[in-house]
Ligand binder design. Structure first.
Ligand SMILES: NC(=O)c1ccc[n+]([C@@H]2O[C@H](COP(=O)([O-])OP(=O)(O)OC[C@H]3O[C@@H](n4cnc5c(N)ncnc54)[C@H](OP(=O)(O)O)[C@@H]3O)[C@@H](O)[C@H]2O)c1
Length: 265
């Protein structure tokens, strides 16, 4: 039994998860307990739908699965505050970046722990989540919590969470940066900001939708729109050249992975 679920911390990410669950009809609202001293709009929406927001401490013992979604620097405080109220067999799923499963388990009475790294597109059921758990039951529960919110990728080793963070956790920001730079480049060659905005955004969204609906490899889709000696090829010679995206992207994800390790201690 995975429910009732206790969400500890319902800020930006916890709120996105609540919204995504509601959209997907994933769990009965009455099976969701939320603890957050400063409830977000998403937490209030969940409460209006029937979730229990900041219930009496005794109610926390009802939770079969606990989703730890406070900032990494607050997790110890949250564990200290609420840990004693949890049921002995409650399973923990943590989204706290950089905090190791063993550390959380140690602090929470040896309970089984899964670690996940989601992203905020969870709010519209298009999230992407990396998942690691040594314990099979914790892994299954984390999967059940995050599958309604989008894609879930299981990782065989905890250290790969840093790589998952570098590709998917931080990934949405890379795409936004790409769109920003494509718009700015459009303006630099004569388009108005308004024109560049529509052309760049609509192109990126359309191309992503095409990749999804055809199921084709991106390299194949790229070939399909690249005629020999044409305009696309001229641009790709720059983008995929020696100083282009491949080395840049490797450098970028390596920097994110390194920073994730540093933050995790
Ligand atoms: N945002 C993202 O895109 C993203 C993506 C992947 C993973 N994450 C991870 O998700 C976690 C949360 O990040 P966030 O951006 O959602 O942070 P956030 O917006 O600050 O949300 C955390 C929430 O937890 C509350 N809280 C603090 N102490 C608490 C306690 N003792 N008991 C219960 N609730 C408590 C906070 O309240 P106060 O404001 O009063 O402190 C806040 O509302 C982090 O570990 C982060 O690494 C975030």
């Amino acid at each position: 039994m995975i429910t009732p679920i206790l969400l500890l911390g319902a800020g930006r990410m916890g709120g996105a998860i609540l919204d995504g669950w509601a959209k997907a009809n994933a769990f009965a609202a009455a099976d969701i307990l939320i603890v957050d001293p400063m409830p977000s709009e998403a937490a209030k929406r969940a409460e209006a739908a029937g979730a229990r927001l900041n219930p009496p401490a005794a109610a926390l013992a009802e939770a079969k699965t606990v989703l730890l979604a406070v900032k990494p620097q607050k997790w110890l405080e949250a564990a200290g505050q609420h840990g004693a109220h949890l049921a002995p067999d409650a399973v923990i799923v943590s989204i706290a970046a950089g905090v190791q499963a063993e550390t959380i388990s140690h602090e929470l009475g040896g309970r089984a722990v899964a670690r996940v790294m989601p992203n905020t597109a969870a709010a519209i059921n298009r999230g992407t989540t990396s998942l690691y758990a040594a314990d099979a039951d914790a892994r299954a529960r984390a999967r059940a919590l995050f599958e309604p919110l989008g894609a879930v990728v299981e990782l065989p080793e905890e250290t790969l969470i840093h790589a998952g963070t570098a590709v998917a956790g931080s990934g949405p920001a890379y795409l936004y940066a790409f769109v920003e730079t494509l718009e700015a480049a459009g303006v630099s060659i004569g388009l108005s900001p308004e024109q560049a905005k529509t052309l760049a955004r609509s192109t990126v969204i359309g191309a992503a939708a095409l990749m999804e609906s055809t199921g084709e490899e991106p390299s194949e889709l790229r070939r399909q729109v690249t005629s020999p000696a044409g305009t696309t090829e001229a641009a790709l010679n720059v983008l995929l050249g020696e100083r282009g995206l491949p080395p840049l992207m490797r450098e970028a994800v390596a920097a994110a992975q390194r920073r994730s390790r540093e933050l995790g201690g």
